[in-house]
Design a protein around this ligand. Structure first.
Ligand code: ATP
Length: 743
């Protein structure tokens, strides 16, 4: 990488476009005081992105713009274009020529261009840092600034050295990594706080989800219980209903029959109570009684008639008989009296008395019978006729009576027979009625069972409806479900129906308990909650992944920072060592002896804070101990040590030795030295010139000088003059001209 040219327009005293080309490794700029030479050095700072107005001797951006003169109007903007030959690609851009341009406007606004494209300052800084052209400008030593390396604080010095060592790019990268780390930490805090905020909600949802899962499980249990219960119940109802129907059939048929039978028997029994036969019997009996009455009265009449006849006949006979008998009796009495008159007198006196009485009555009777015979002879014939009539009627009546008696007897026999038949009917009726009562009992019992069944049916329907509300269509699974035995074999409907009802009741109770628990679990809108739970979990997981990612990023950033820090530490300490050695060498050349060295010192910032507040403020690093660089020198033949003991010239020499040492270790592409040689005597000017030639081997040099010796070492000489219009003018000059111009 080489400097090709620089072009100033409107920059400070360079009112007109002015171009310097750098065809040699050593270019010198000469000219009288105040002609604008230093403005050229500053134009370099400017175009390289210098932000400190002070180091460009201005206060505001405007101060950098040609301010006009009596006869040349002021410019609206100042611009500087710097062209690098980048054929070696030292700058990480795929261009042979890299053109940097910076413009400042009167309003103070700055524009940066890279190969004519607008870029940010930062892009310029990064690009340059790779090539060891840092913003600290260690490669641009302004007028009176040679001393800077000596007068700087240890920390500034360290920065200069870091810059010179080309460590800036590492520092940039480290700063960038730190910024990223900071940002990552901020992200991390944000994400962690989001996750923290999410956490209780997630926990809540987790609990909800668990509840839902539990209630889902409960639902499954309830579903299974319902299925088992309903499947059994429906079979039980079917079988029981059929059985009751069957059981009813026979008794109710029988009862219907009995109803008919009983009705018939009843009628039969009732019909016999007052029938014609009894009436006829009564009638016949009455007729019999009437006939008997008439017969009896006729019999009496006949008796009377026969009495009359008999009495008359007896009278007649008796008279005859009495006639006989009287003679018999009188003879008998005479026999008796004869008999008795003799023999038996005294011995049988009593018997004799009785016999005497009988004889007496017999004598009386015989007397009477002889007296009554007159009337019997008058008995009328009509009596015989009447007797005959009565006898005829009696015969008729008897015949009638016999007829009636026969009829009565016959009727009685019939009625009696029928009475027996009626008792059988009553017995049958009674048996039928008692059977019917029995049947009614059976039917009532069956009706009771039927009622129970109806209630069970209702309860079953309620249960199905309930299940439907709770489980939806799953409630109807029982229709296809086949209950199994404990041995997991299909159960017949009969088996199921004949299981003791207590088993179903127990199932029902279990079901109820679970159902109530399920209803009470009231897990709300499960789908929404589960959705939210899923989403929140995803979000939580996303955040967790984010945290992991950020952690990984942070870890790799820390690693990078640590690596960069390590690189910086080693390169720095190695660099310091090399610079120190080189410094010592140059110092010995400059002073013909003596020693010079750089040492790293560590400053405790906590203690240094009060002493150097500004510095502390600028320092954003979190380190508490900071490394700085101290310079140690000892002059030959002099006992005194330390920078403060040096004369102005000695300081300048030491400073140059250090600058050159730095440039030697990590040569910058170019080095601008503005009157660094101002304080040197002739002998030192020669040594300075020698060192310049050494440096020029590795860096392009731009020397602003009044020193003849220095001019003599330049390949190209530019003279700067200031005309009457107050604007700087540039011209290429020869050595002799330069010597003349310089004065
Ligand atoms: P010396 O040899 O004394 O160091 P020099 O050649 O380095 O002098 P400079 O310091 O570069 O001279 O130039 C200073 C001159 O530039 C001054 O005359 C100053 O008026 C002029 N100058 C600085 N800024 C502006 C500006 N914005 N507009 C016009 N002229 C300016």
């Amino acid at each position: 990488m080489k400097l090709k040219s620089i072009e100033l327009s409107g920059f400070k005293s360079f009112a007109k476009k002015t171009e310097l080309t750098f065809g040699s490794s050593v270019t010198a700029i000469v000219g009288p005081n105040g002609s604008g030479k230093s403005n050229i050095a500053e134009s370099f700072r400017f175009v390289l992105g210098e932000q400190s107005m002070k180091s460009m001797r201005g206060k505001r951006g405007e101060d950098l713009i040609w301010n006009g003169s009596m006869n040349l109007a002021r410019a609206g903007r100042a611009s500087v274009r710097l062209v690098f030959d980048n054929t070696d690609r030292a700058l990480n851009l795929d261009f042979d020529d890299v053109i940097l341009e910076r413009v400042v406007n009167r309003d103070g606004g700055n524009e940066y261009y890279l190969n004519n494209s607008p870029v940010r300052l930062r892009d310029i800084a990064e690009l340059l840092s790779q090539a060891g052209i840092g913003a600290s400008g260690h490669h641009i030593i302004s007028q009176g600034e040679a001393d800077r390396a000596l007068s700087a604080s240890p920390r500034e010095r360290r920065e200069m050295i870091e810059d010179a060592l080309g460590l800036k790019s590492f520092i940039y990268r480290r700063a960038e990594a730190e910024k990223k780390l900071e940002k990552a930490a901020e992200n991390m805090r944000e994400v962690e706080s989001l996750r923290r905020e999410l956490s209780p909600h997630l926990k809540f949802l987790e609990r909800q989800a668990k509840k839902i899962e539990e209630s889902e499980q409960l639902r499954q249990e309830v579903r299974t219980l319902y299925r088992e219960y309903l499947a059994r119940e429906v079979r039980y109802l079917k079988v029981t209903s059929a059985r009751l129907g069957r059981e009813r059939m026979e008794p109710s048929r029988e009862k219907t029959e009995l109803d008919v039978t009983i009705e018939r028997l009843r009628q039969e029994v009732g019909a016999k109570k007052d029938d014609a036969q009894s009436r006829e019997l009564v009638h016949l009996e009455e007729e019999g009684r009437a006939l008997r009455g008439r017969r009896e009265s006729q019999s009496r009449e006949l008796g009377r008639i026969e009495g009359e006849v008999a009495a008359h006949e007896r009278l007649v006979r008796e008279r005859a008989e009495v006639m006989v008998k009287i003679s018999d009796v009188n003879s008998f009495i005479d026999e008796i009296v004869a008999a008795l008159g003799g023999a038996l007198e005294g011995e049988f006196s009593a018997l004799r008395r009785a016999a005497e009485k009988v004889i007496e009555s017999a004598r009386g009777f015989a007397a009477r019978a002889t007296g009554a015979s007159a009337e019997e002879d008058t008995f009328p014939a009509e009596v015989a006729a009447r007797k005959q009539a009565v006898e005829e009627e009696l015969r008729a009546l008897r015949a009638q009576e016999d007829e009636v008696s026969r009829k009565v007897a016959e009727l009685r026999a019939r009625i009696e027979g029928e009475k027996d038949a009626s008792r059988d009917t009553e017995r049958a009726l009674f048996a039928a009625m008692s059977r019917r009562t029995q049947l009614e009992g059976t039917l009532a019992r069956l009706a009771g069972q039927h009622e129970v069944l109806a209630r069970e049916k209702q309860a079953f329907e309620d249960a199905v409806r309930e299940a439907g509300m709770l489980l939806g269509s799953a409630a109807f699974e029982y229709e296809q479900y086949q209950p199994l035995s404990e041995m997991e074999l299909p159960l017949s409907d009969e088996d199921i129906a004949h299981e003791p009802r207590t088993a179903q009741d127990e199932r029902r109770r279990t079901l109820e308990r679970k159902r109530i628990r399920l209803e009470e679990s009231g897990a709300g809108n499960a789908e929404d909650v589960m959705k939210e739970f899923r989403e929140t979990t995803e979000r939580f997981q996303f955040l967790t992944r984010e945290i992991d990612d950020i952690n990984a990023t942070m870890a790799s950033l820390r690693e990078l920072i640590e690596e960069l820090s390590e690189t910086l530490r080693t390169r720095f300490s190695e660099g310091i060592e090399t610079i120190s050695k080189q410094f010592d060498e140059f110092f010995k050349i400059m002073f013909g002896g003596g020693t010079a060295s750089l040492t790293v010192v560590r400053t405790d910032l906590r203690r240094a804070a009060s002493e150097d507040e500004d510095e502390e403020e600028e320092n954003k690093e979190k380190e508490e101990v900071q490394e700085g660089v101290e310079i140690g020198v000892s002059l030959p033949m002099k006992r005194l040590k330390g920078l403060h003991m040096l004369s102005g010239g000695e300081r300048a020499l030491t400073s140059i030795a250090l600058i050159f040492a730095m440039s030697q270790v990590n040569p910058p592409p170019f080095l601008i030295l503005d009157e660094t040689d101002a304080a040197l005597d002739e002998a030192n000017s020669r040594r300075y010139g020698d060192m310049i030639e050494t440096l020029a081997k590795r860096s392009q040099l731009l020397l602003i000088t009044h020193n003849r010796e220095t001019m003599s070492r330049a390949g190209i000489l530019y003279g700067v003059t200031m005309g009457s219009d107050g604007a700087s003018k540039l011209l290429s000059v020869k050595f002799e001209e330069a010597v003349a111009v310089a004065k």
